[in-house]
Design a protein around this ligand. Structure first.
Ligand SMILES: NC(=O)c1ccc[n+]([C@@H]2O[C@H](COP(=O)([O-])OP(=O)(O)OC[C@H]3O[C@@H](n4cnc5c(N)ncnc54)[C@H](OP(=O)(O)O)[C@@H]3O)[C@@H](O)[C@H]2O)c1
Length: 258
C-alpha cells in the first residue's frame, strides 16, 4: 500500500462510471491506496459486481451524471454514509464516432450531457461539500481528443466535449483554489475498454500502435500512478493542469519516416 505523501488513508472518494474499464481500475487503486470508495453509474447489476470487488467499506450508487437530481442523491448518499467527500473522479463518459455532417443533434446532446454537463454537475455538488471541509481533489478524465483531434474529423461531439472538460478543469481550478480544492485532468491515450471494443484487432488498432511512440496501447493500470498523484497531498500545489497518459501520442508529429 502506498504511504507518505501518496497515502489516501482516511479519505473518501467518489468515482463516476466506475462499473467498467478505466473507472473500475481507478476505484480499485484508490481503495488500495487507503481510501473508502463509492462508485456511481447507471447499470445496477454492473455496479453490484464492482462493489463486490471493492469490499465492504465501499458503496455503489445508481447515478446518471447528466441528471442533477441523481447527482445530488448520490453525493448526499456518500456524505450520509462517510460524513465527507475528499476525492471526485469525473470519469463517466459517452462516445459517438460520427463526423460533423452526419451527427444528429440528439446524439450531440447526449455526449455533451454525459461528458461535460455530468462533470459540471458532479463538481458543483461535490465542491460544496469539499468547501465546507476545507479542501478536496477533483480529477476529470478528458482524452487525447481533448488536446488534439482525430484524423478525418470523426468524433465531433466527443472531441468537443473532451476539450470542454479541460476548460472546465481550468475554470474550476481557479475558482476553487481558495477553498483548498485542486482540480486537474488526465488525458488518456488509447485503452481497450467497452468504449473502444471495436478497435481491438482492427486496422485502427495497428495504426494507433504505429502512431504511438511507446509502440503500444495503454493498459488501464498505466493510469493509476497519475491518478494517485493528483488525488493525494503530493499534488497539493498543482491545479488546473492536464496530464496526458498516452505513451507520447500527443507530443509526436505522428509522421512515419522510413
Ligand atoms: N478507453 C479509452 O481509450 C479512453 C481514452 C480516453 C478517454 N477515455 C475516457 O475514460 C472514461 C472511461 O471510459 P472507459 O474507456 O473506461 O469506458 P467504459 O468501459 O465504456 O466505461 C464508461 C463508464 O461510464 C458510465 N456511464 C456512461 N454514461 C453514464 C451516465 N450518464 N451516468 C453515469 N455513468 C455513466 C458507464 O456505466 P453505465 O453505462 O452503467 O452508466 C461506464 O461505467 C470516459 O470518460 C472516456 O471518455 C477513455
Amino acid at each position: 500500500m502506498p504511504n507518505g505523501i501518496f497515502s489516501l488513508e482516511g479519505k473518501v472518494a467518489l468515482v463516476t462510471g466506475a462499473n467498467s474499464g478505466i473507472g473500475r481500475e481507478l476505484a480499485l487503486a484508490l481503495r488500495d491506496a487507503g481510501a473508502k470508495v463509492a462508485i456511481g453509474a447507471r447499470r445496477a447489476e454492473r455496479n453490484a459486481e464492482v462493489l463486490e470487488q471493492l469490499g465492504p467499506e465501499a458503496s455503489a450508487f445508481e447515478l446518471d451524471v447528466s441528471d442533477e437530481q441523481s447527482v445530488e442523491k448520490a453525493i448526499a448518499g456518500v456524505a450520509g454514509r462517510y460524513k465527507r467527500l475528499d476525492i471526485l473522479i469525473n470519469n463517466a463518459g459517452a462516445v459517438n464516432k460520427k463526423s460533423v455532417m452526419e451527427l444528429d443533434r440528439s446524439a450531440w446532446d447526449h455526449v455533451m450531457a454525459v461528458n461535460v454537463t455530468g462533470a459540471f454537475l458532479c463538481t458543483k455538488h461535490a465542491a460544496r461539500l469539499m468547501k465546507e471541509q476545507g479542501g478536496g481533489k477533483i480529477v476529470n478524465i478528458s482524452s487525447v481528443y481533448g488536446l488534439t483531434a482525430p484524423s478525418k474529423g470523426l468524433q465531433v461531439a466527443y472531441t468537443a466535449s473532451k476539450h470542454a472538460v479541460i476548460g472546465l478543469t481550468k475554470v474550476n481550478a481557479v475558482e476553487l483554489a481558495e477553498y483548498g480544492i485542486q482540480v486537474n485532468a488526465i488525458a488518456p491515450g488509447f485503452f481497450l475498454t467497452e468504449m473502444t471494443a471495436d478497435i481491438g484487432g482492427s486496422p485502427m488498432e495497428r495504426a494507433l500502435i504505429r502512431r504511438t511512440p511507446s509502440g503500444r496501447l495503454g493498459e488501464t493500470k498505466d493510469l493509476v500512478g497519475t491518478c494517485i498523484y493528483l488525488v493525494s497531498e503530493a499534488s497539493n500545489h498543482v491545479t488546473g493542469m492536464c496530464i496526458a497518459v498516452d505513451g507520447g501520442y500527443v507530443v509526436s508529429d505522428g509522421m512515419e519516416r522510413g
